[in-house]
Ligand binder design. Structure first.
Ligand code: PLP
Length: 286
């Protein structure tokens, strides 16, 4: 039976409720994190906790428990669920209080929810071998996309549009035709001369933890990198494209709006970075 952690208690997921007046539910007044667990190793754990700290600070939310205690609870929840490979989801909201936009009294404690989902693999073998199709859609989000907020409605609509179009992900595009990022991933291309290109991190995109690790690996391999926005047209003409996230690692993108990217096959730099990222926890996997 899957167990969740809710406000200090380990509960069967079927009984893991938060209050009807929780501000996460009422106002999306909360933040979240997703950490991959691979063979017992929490991928980029410190970087995820650093980003959580930034998200909490941006919302003027306090930690529901110390950072060290949170890490202990996370490991305990993983242990109790008997999961060695999976995903940990963590949500922190401003707690529950009678519905009112302004912050509640300081005595209202933040809500903390943690769940663990077992996965057999990160990315289906077909997706890795063939790459995935994506579509492009307008970016209709607010201007603090650097905060990992639970307010994900544009991404919910975007992902659904992608699914209905037979695509894996939707890349969001700004008014100038430049790709911002995927609904739940960062966007990358490789130029004809082998330069890795991805958008700079500022308030317009989420600073992907996987993005950061892949950039470090690229630097170690001596792969030339340009941190700049790219247009949909440039992506469609690029020999290679991919997306990155904690749940997919680096995943080849082989079609954009129905058009093949390069030869229509996963690119060499993408696959090299994917393998290298997996190898950071030992062993080389597909
Ligand atoms: N961009 C958005 C909008 C996301 O939601 C995510 C992950 O959920 C990412 C990028 C990738 O970030 P990370 O690599 O930290 O999972």
């Amino acid at each position: 039976m899957a167990l969740a952690f809710v406000n200090g208690r380990y509960l069967p997921q079927a009984q893991a409720w938060v209050h009807a007046e929780d501000r996460g539910f009422q106002f999306a007044d909360g933040v979240y994190e997703v950490v991959a667990l691979l063979d017992g190793h929490l991928m980029d754990f410190d970087a995820h906790m650093d980003r959580l700290a930034r998200s909490l600070e941006a919302l003027r939310l306090s930690w529901p428990m110390s950072r060290a205690a949170l890490a202990l609870v996370m490991r305990e929840l993983i242990r109790r669920n008997g999961v060695t490979t999976g995903l940990i989801y963590l949500q922190i909201t401003r707690g529950s209080a009678p519905r009112d936009f302004k912050f509640p009294a300081p005595s209202v404690r933040p809500t903390l929810v943690m769940t663990v989902r077992r996965v057999t693999r990160f990315g289906s073998p077909t997706h890795i071998a063939e790459g995935v199709p994506i579509i492009t859609i307008p970016d209709i989000r607010w201007l603090r996309r650097d905060i990992k907020s639970v307010s994900l409605l544009p991404q919910v609509l975007g992902k659904q549009q992608a699914v209905e179009a037979g695509a894996f992900e939707a890349w969001m595009v700004d008014a100038d035709g430049l790709v911002t990022e995927g609904c739940s991933s960062n966007a990358w291309i490789v130029s004809a001369d082998g330069v890795l290109i991805t958008r700079p991190t500022n308030h317009l995109i989420l600073s992907g933890v996987t993005r950061g690790s892949l950039l470090q690996l690229a630097a170690e391999f001596g792969i030339a990198t340009e941190i700049r926005p790219f247009s949909v047209a440039e992506a469609k003409a690029a020999p290679e494209a991919f997306l990155s996230s904690a749940t997919t690692f680096a995943l080849p993108v082989t079609r954009i709006d129905g058009q093949p990217v390069g030869t229509g096959r996963p690119g060499a730099i993408t696959l090299r970075l994917r393998q290298a990222y997996l190898a950071t926890v030992g062993g080389v996997r597909s």
